[in-house]
Design a binder for this molecule. Structure first.
Ligand code: GLA
Length: 402
């Protein structure tokens, strides 16, 4: 039995405990890892993430009393909110429902998605019935692999069907981001939701975060006998907290000082002028975004021209830029990347928001154990808590499972 099969059953079982009934269906969406393109999404730049085989499942069924009820294996107890109160609960200032404790934070993800999806579809609260939703997941939490986007994607897919909202996958991703930004109050970009919902097997999703155009990019890992290994440092990251907000603010400051709407509009040729205009820290934040955007484009080109073995240096350069210019790495992530490279990985970099979470390494299938062991040894040498290393398989995004 695969791990994801268990999470699906957990969702069905939790649903049965909640309602004494069977769900009408079970929907799921994937966790994600980012191959390259970090912190570029909210700068209207480019990203190249992929959905992974770990998934979150939402077992759901319509109920007749107009109440939304959500339960999750993440937290004890169910949370109820009348559909008629979605707009008044989440339509105010960002994160207010959570800050005022009207809704526990974990429940703001699924309930916020209900609000955002309903609004996106232009439907009114009176138009749709209540729903029971039970959520279970095997996406590692706190590993920087977007367990939250997987929740959003699974619930969005469920409500899209049950409420007949007729939203396209990209609209579901937007609803997920809106829930995260406005209901939960975390100022993230749209990469995670697009990746979770729109992923394909053995492919990454190239996303232009300005136009929101997506393209599935063949990774060719299977063909080439390569594997992506996640090394979870088990250092906890906290999105809504300081570091992410600070970086976002620095990027906005840089764009304003350079007189452009977003850092998407700055190119390598502008960096000399940027160095003159900006203080050192802001300049390095800007340089990371500008060079990272170019590395994403170069990665897509290298994959097409020469296959996955050709992207190692780009991954390594991306990590160096995050470590030195954007300053979002931590010693554990640097150790994971260095150990992986010393043990023969083709490339490696931290993935996700930073300040902890996971690194990803591109390795020969035959070298997976050697690279994982090297990371474990390097952590032990430095007295760090042992990391978890596991392969991440580029997988399909949101779907109905039953
Ligand atoms: C988090 C956010 C994303 C993105 C990454 C950094 O995962 O949710 O929107 O900004 O960090 O690339």
């Amino acid at each position: 039995m695969t791990a994801s099969h268990t999470a699906l059953q957990d969702a069905a079982q939790l649903f049965a405990e909640l309602t004494g009934d069977r769900p009408e269906g079970i929907w799921s969406s994937a966790g994600r890892a980012n191959l390259i393109g970090e912190h570029t999404d909210y700068n209207e730049g480019f990203v190249l993430p992929f959905a992974i085989q770990y998934r979150t499942y939402a077992a759901a069924r319509i109920r007749q009393d107009g109440v939304l009820r959500v339960a999750s294996t993440f937290a004890p107890g169910a949370v109820e909110l009348p559909v008629a109160e979605l707009v008044s609960t989440f339509g105010g200032s960002a994160g207010a429902a959570v800050a005022s404790r009207a809704v526990p934070e974990w429940a703001a993800y699924p309930l916020g998605v209900a609000w955002a999806a309903l609004t996106a579809a232009g439907r009114s609260e009176a138009d749709v019935p209540g729903v029971d939703i039970a959520i279970a997941s095997d996406v590692p939490v706190g590993a920087g692999l977007s367990s939250s986007a997987a929740i959003e994607g699974s619930v969005a897919a469920a409500l899209n069907d049950l409420w007949r909202l007729d939203l396209a996958p990209l609209d579901l991703a937007k609803a997920g981001r809106r829930a995260e930004n406005e209901a939960v109050g975390a100022p993230t970009g749209i990469m995670d939701q697009v990746s979770s919902i729109m992923g394909r097997a053995d492919a990454a999703t190239f996303l232009d975060c300005r136009t929101l155009e997506t393209r599935s990019v063949d990774l060719g890992l299977e063909r080439e006998g390569l594997v992506l290994l996640a090394i979870d440092t088990r250092v906890e990251h906290a999105h809504a907290s300081g570091g992410y907000r600070d970086r976002r603010a620095a990027c906005e400051r840089g764009a304003a000082a350079l007189g452009v709407p977003s850092l998407r509009d700055v190119t390598g040729a502008d960096l000399d002028r940027a160095r003159d205009l900006l203080d050192d820290v802001t300049f390095r934040r800007v340089r990371h975004i500008v060079t990272e955007n170019q590395r994403v484009l170069d990665t897509v080109a290298a994959l097409a021209a020469a296959g996955p073995r050709a992207i190692g240096e780009l991954l390594v350069a991306s990590h160096a830029s995050m470590r030195d210019d954007f300053e979002i790495s931590v010693p554990e992530l640097d150790t994971a990347v260095e150990a992986a490279l010393e043990a023969g990985a083709i490339g490696a970099r931290m993935t996700g928001g930073g300040f902890g979470g996971s690194a990803v390494a591109l390795v020969e299938a035959s070298a997976v154990d050697a690279v994982a062991d090297a990371a474990v040894r390097a952590f032990a040498d430095r007295g760090y808590t042992a990391p978890h290393a596991f392969t991440v398989l580029p997988s399909e995004g949101a779907r109905r499972d039953s």
